[in-house]
Design a protein around this ligand. Structure first.
Ligand code: AMP
Length: 572
């Protein structure tokens, strides 16, 4: 397919802010590509060139893109930088200078989606001597034969910033509209559930074209990342019983461990792979966990769901997520760090066992299975502390004990419920002491002055709406440390955020939304200054959530609920 045709779709999407209209445009386009041999074009619609579970990055900075533009168009780098400073969007810059390309590029062949995918997919594989030059070469090859709108979207794709407003919800709906009836509720559910198992919209589209029975055939496979099941909040323990109790009024209650999620897989070859909640593979960072798994789980193949929680070696007290978070990203001295910051795996679910998916089985049965196959060994690996009861008082005591043991609260689970990857539907609930705390994503920042000169020192944070659009809610500066010995420092955050800068105006920068932080605050106020309609009062940075992605941040609904609660509290 001609890339130009896809770019026309991007333009349409960009022009139409309404989600319904976007779904219509996408559905029409998907219908038109049903007979294409490859459905990887679907990734391009998302501004990607791989499935969502794939962690690969292009590794292309704005500077490198500018060099590629210069090579492709014959323009001076300085001239391009000047335009970038003026326009702020490197995509617009690419479009503008491509309109006036030098003569030698006029006789170019038409760019295909296949060629764009081929060149962009090749970028991360380039390593060793001359890598930068080769990368520039691959990009320049595309840019030198592209029209101005093609140049705009190639550049934006490279910057992971397509700006056409296609979230995963819209794409899912468009696949249903293109392959089934718009009113077919079952089709929505089947498409979503297939996506949650494989996190690959091209594959889901491919199956959806062939019918629901093909979607049903999509199964879990150990070794492949998948979206974990999540839990909305319970208002109280009583509320949890009402929402999750079975006929006998029973629920399962577990400690809500304050660590990070680990989905642990063993495939047919016996290989162990560990994924975080944001689908990053972290097996190499956790040789201790691999060892515990090999020694304490009796099964040929499995996918288990668990929480890794840190503890103090000397006092044997559990520690918070913050304390062990550096283990997720560490690339060197791994064994030493594992010694210093030991973790215990608390297993609370099993999704796949000895060649069979378990997700349709009731929770009670899955729990019984993990108890059967896991040999508990405190401070290494164990099944999550659990109570099955219909007695509210006992539940209350269990909750208090969880807090005394240094954990966050409790999880409440419906005994008969299936495991639903990627959903937050209420078969699980979480309950913890009321905290004014939200996970938010950094979307912008400002350079500091004085002793913070050269560092980003104030951070614009955002929540999201249901389609993944980011909505500003405040600026955070306090809580970040001056020195790295004291915790996450301005310097560290600056280093992490700098490669994600998409535009700069004076001291202010816009940042590609990727880095999730926990922010606590005194209250939420209605505010016209931010496009969420709300502002955090006295926000304070408390943790860098390296285990979470933008899909995990607070939604505008959560913000509204917290705000309403505060208003209520003040009224009574
Ligand atoms: P939250 O991060 O507040 O949305 O709470 C959900 C998280 O709690 C999950 O993603 C897990 O990482 C964590 N968690 C801790 N203990 C459990 C448990 N027993 N069952 C399920 N999730 C748990």
């Amino acid at each position: 397919m001609q890339y130009q045709k896809l770019c026309e779709v991007y333009e349409e999407l960009e022009k139409n802010p309404s989600r319904l209209k976007k779904t219509e445009i996408l559905a029409e386009f998907l219908k038109s590509i049903k007979n294409e041999k490859h459905h990887e074009i679907v990734y391009l619609l998302q501004g990607r060139v791989w499935p969502d579970y794939e962690e690969k990055e292009f590794g292309i900075s704005t500077q490198l893109t500018i060099k590629a533009l210069a090579r492709a168009t014959g323009k001076q780098e300085e001239e391009i930088v000047k335009k970038w400073k003026k326009l702020g969007d490197i995509g617009e810059v690419a479009a503008e200078i491509s309109k006036t390309k030098s003569q030698h590029t006029l006789f170019s062949t038409k760019l295909t989606t296949y060629k764009v995918l081929e060149n962009l997919q090749a970028l991360p594989g380039l390593v060793g001597k001359g890598t930068i030059d080769k990368k520039i070469g691959l990009i320049a090859e595309l840019l030198s034969c592209s029209s101005h709108i093609e140049a705009k979207y190639i550049t934006r794709t490279l910057m992971n910033d397509l700006r056409v407003g296609v979230g995963s919800g819209t794409l899912r709906d468009a696949i249903v509209w293109a392959c089934f009836d718009k009113e077919d509720k079952e089709a929505f559910q089947k498409v979503q559930s297939a996506y949650d198992k494989v996190t690959d919209f091209a594959l889901v589209f491919n199956k959806a074209i062939k019918g629901k029975h093909e979607l049903d055939k999509i199964e879990l496979s150990p070794g492949q990342p998948l979206k974990v099941m999540l839990a909305p909040k319970a208002e109280s323990i009583k509320d949890a019983f009402e929402r999750a109790g079975n006929e006998k009024g029973e629920i399962a209650i577990e400690y809500k461990y304050d660590g990070f999620r680990m989905l642990i897989n063993k495939d047919e070859k016996g290989e162990i792979k560990i994924f975080t909640r944001r689908l990053d593979e972290v097996t190499k960072q956790f040789p201790d966990v691999v060892k515990y798994i090999r020694e304490h789980i009796k099964a040929d193949t499995f996918i288990i769901d668990s929480e890794a929680v840190g503890y103090n070696k000397k006092t044997k007290r559990y520690t918070s997520f913050q304390h062990i978070s550096q283990r997720i990203k560490r690339k060197y001295d791994i064994a030493k760090l594992a010694e210093e910051l030991p973790i215990e795996i608390n297993v609370f679910d099993i999704l796949y066992y000895n060649g069979k998916s378990m997700i349709q089985e009731p929770f009670e049965k899955r729990t019984a299975l993990i108890h059967k196959i896991i040999k508990n060994n405190k401070f290494h690996i164990q099944t999550a502390h659990q109570l099955i009861t219909s007695d509210e008082k006992k539940a209350e005591e269990f909750y208090k004990q969880a807090l005394k043991d240094g954990q966050e609260g409790i999880m409440i689970k419906k005994l008969e419920s299936p495991y639903q990857p990627g959903t937050r539907v209420g078969n699980w609930l979480k309950f913890k002491p009321v905290a004014n705390e939200l996970d938010l994503v950094i979307v912008g920042a400002e350079y500091g002055t004085g002793k913070r000169a050269g560092w980003l020192s104030s951070f614009d944070v955002a929540c999201s709406d249901e389609d993944g659009k980011f909505l500003d809610i405040g600026k955070v500066s306090t809580g970040v440390k001056e020195k790295s010995e004291e915790g996450t420092s301005y310097e560290e955050l600056t280093q992490i955020l700098k490669p994600l800068i998409t535009s700069e105006t004076g001291k202010k920068v816009k940042i590609k939304p990727k880095i999730v932080i926990t922010v606590d605050f005194q209250e939420i106020q209605g505010s016209p200054s931010y496009n969420s309609g709300f502002a955090l009062r006295f926000p304070r940075f408390t943790a860098l959530r390296t285990d979470r992605s933008v899909h995990d941040i607070a939604t505008i609904d959560e913000v509204k609920k917290l705000h309403n609660k505060e208003v209520l509290k003040r009224t009574y």
